[in-house]
Design a binder for this molecule. Structure first.
Ligand SMILES: [Zn+2]
Length: 206
């Protein structure tokens, strides 16, 4: 079944001659490794799904984590499940400044050499040696979308967004997987810069 969004995207793609993609703005959040979830919430804890996200199988959790840096803290950071191999704290540059850390821009999972922060839960505390990063802007893409438009995994493209603060994002990394629904992810700094509102579309410029 074709959703209204799919029809709008197809229409914009037809009218502009370039593939259109919907943007989503990701607020600061973290992904927890199993061992760290155990330390923070108790051994064998099952995190409680609260809201499903657009990526299949991904959800925000009812549980929250206090995140502490050298200069500040966030008392209740959102957890996105399910668990990951390594704990990853995704911040905007503004968030990072508030915490007092200077994380690099990275793709998800590429955490070597990133700064650590402290996580505090109801049952324990984790001092991360690494894991804080600013997410490189990216497009989650289903293989069918990539095949239709000649786009490949790890390809770097630009995305033009419209509206009063319209702009072009360069250095957008395409990530293709059958587990993905096709959406572009930006953080809140980028969302504010481009006048993001839910449903914003961009066109992919190769
Ligand atoms: Zn993403």
């Amino acid at each position: 079944m074709t959703s209204l969004l799919d029809r709008v995207i197809a229409d914009v793609t037809f009218r502009t001659g370039r593939p259109a993609v919907q943007l989503e703005a990701s607020g600061r959040h973290l992904h927890l490794a199993r061992a760290d979830a155990d330390t923070l919430f108790g051994a064998g804890v099952a995190l409680t799904p609260a809201h499903d996200l657009s990526q299949p199988g991904q959800f925000t959790c009812a549980e929250r984590v206090r995140v502490v840096g050298p200069k500040g803290e966030f008392p209740a950071l959102t957890i996105i499940g399910p668990e990951r191999v390594q704990t990853q704290v995704e911040l905007s540059a503004t968030d990072a400044r508030q915490l007092g850390v200077t994380p690099p821009v990275r793709l998800s999972g590429d955490l070597a050499g990133t700064p650590g922060v402290t996580l505090i839960g109801p049952r324990g505390r984790v001092d991360l040696a690494e894991g804080a990063m600013v997410a490189e802007r990216h497009i989650h893409m289903h293989p069918s979308f990539g095949a239709r438009h000649g786009l490949t995994d790890r390809q770097v493209v630009s995305v033009r967004v419209w509206g009063p603060r319209g702009m072009t994002f360069n250095n957008v990394v395409i990530r293709i997987s059958p587990d993905f629904a096709t959406y572009m992810h930006i953080d809140y700094d980028e969302a504010n810069a481009c006048g993001f509102t839910p449903g914003l579309l961009g066109t992919i410029i190769v």
